[in-house]
Design a protein. Structure first.
Length: 367
């Protein structure tokens, strides 16, 4: 009996020692430090972050993708990742976008180094492709083929509708922005956040939370931005660049589009449209569209607002915003995606037909 007890105790001791040593080695390899803002207890997250670092270390030709017509989160996250790879591993990486990039983000460091998909050699092969803030491969648009041809593909995102399309998927549906996920990765690898990265990530988080007024503004979000300010981000300068530098022509264009707004269901639904004539009249670029559905949502009676845009191929691109109504069931009906209170989709119909179909779906959801 005595020997059995001793044997059991020795077995427990050996297993405990092995587990502690394994965890210590994992943490050392991961370069986590006690000064981290975040110390995750989720082994799965640690493994995913570690795998990403391993892939960056071994890669020779790296490309970073934003979604079509990138916003502040996509651009800020992509630039921060580019700085991280360059500063930490002394490796270059390319940032590629499709569509157009809003000039309001030209204050971001290395903004002028972002490359259009039209300037990329389609035959070039990459051993590591990183997609940030992209819920579905379709959001890569013309860049989808290059992403798919990469030897290893990483998907870093925070959308509830994410399709888990990467070989490695780092997806956190509770994160307020893709930029917050990247901060956690950098923070937990022990990387010191530079001023350039702080500026890029602060922009990512601020714009995806509507300057910290949307429902996704969590304590975690605010703690992160506080850390970014300590690392050199300047909130008032970034805010002014993003929200108080609107060209006069853009203001006139948005006023024109807002005057076209139609209201339905006792003012609960607000819909306005942008057609090719509007774009030609004001020589408007796509960044002129930003903020229009948010303005409509501020009306007291409005629960759901929608902006419909006529695309060059005659289809209709739609941006939806709501106060409380979950938009995912609406956009999912049209194979779209996004967040509960901010989502989008494309309907392959002319604007008049698309508006009718969308309105019916919204009314059905509001009942």
């Amino acid at each position: 009996m005595y020997f059995k007890v001793v044997l059991v105790l020795l077995t427990i001791f050996a297993f405990s020692t092995f587990y502690i040593n394994t965890k210590a080695e994992e943490i050392n390899n991961f370069q986590a430090t006690k000064s981290c803002l975040y110390t995750t207890n989720n082994d799965r997250d640690l493994i995913l972050y570690s795998k990403l670092i391993e892939k960056i270390k071994s890669a020779e030709n790296i490309i970073i993708f934003t979604h079509i017509n990138p916003d502040g989160d996509a651009l800020g996250s992509a630039l921060a990742l580019n700085f991280f790879i360059e500063d930490t591993f002394n490796k270059p990486s390319k940032i590629v976008y499709t569509g157009t990039v809003p000039e309001i983000y030209s204050f971001l460091p290395k903004f002028d180094e972002i490359i259009s998909i039209n300037d990329i050699n389609k035959d070039e092969k990459f051993d590591l492709a990183l997609a940030v803030d992209i819920s579905s491969p379709d959001r890569l648009a013309e860049a989808k083929e290059i992403f798919n041809k990469a030897d290893f593909r990483v998907n870093i995102d925070h959308h509830k509708t994410n399709k888990r399309y990467g070989d490695l998927n780092i997806v956190d549906n509770n994160a307020c922005a893709a930029g917050l996920i990247l901060f956690k990765i950098f923070d937990e690898t022990g990387y010191k956040i530079s001023k350039n990265i702080a500026t890029a990530l602060y922009t990512a988080i601020m714009t995806d939370t509507g300057a910290f007024k949307y429902e996704n503004t969590t304590p975690e979000c605010l703690r992160t931005t506080a850390a970014l300010v300590e690392s050199g981000a300047v909130p008032n300068e970034i805010y002014r660049a993003c929200y108080e530098a609107k060209p006069l022509n853009m203001f006139k264009f948005q006023l024109h589009i807002l005057n076209k707004t139609e209201f339905f269901d006792d003012g609960k639904i607000a819909i306005t449209v942008i057609d090719k004539n509007d774009i030609e009249q004001f020589h408007a670029s796509e960044n002129y569209f930003e903020g229009i559905p948010e303005i409509l949502r501020t009306i007291d009676t409005v629960e759901v607002s929608a902006l419909l845009v006529e695309t060059q191929n005659g289809n209709t691109s739609i941006s939806l915003r709501s106060k409380k109504t979950d938009l995912i069931p609406i956009v999912s009906h049209f194979n779209g995606g996004g967040h509960s209170l901010a989502a989008g989709c494309t309907i392959k119909k002319p604007i008049s037909d698309a508006k009718y179909k969308l309105l019916k779906q919204i009314e059905k959801t509001l009942k």
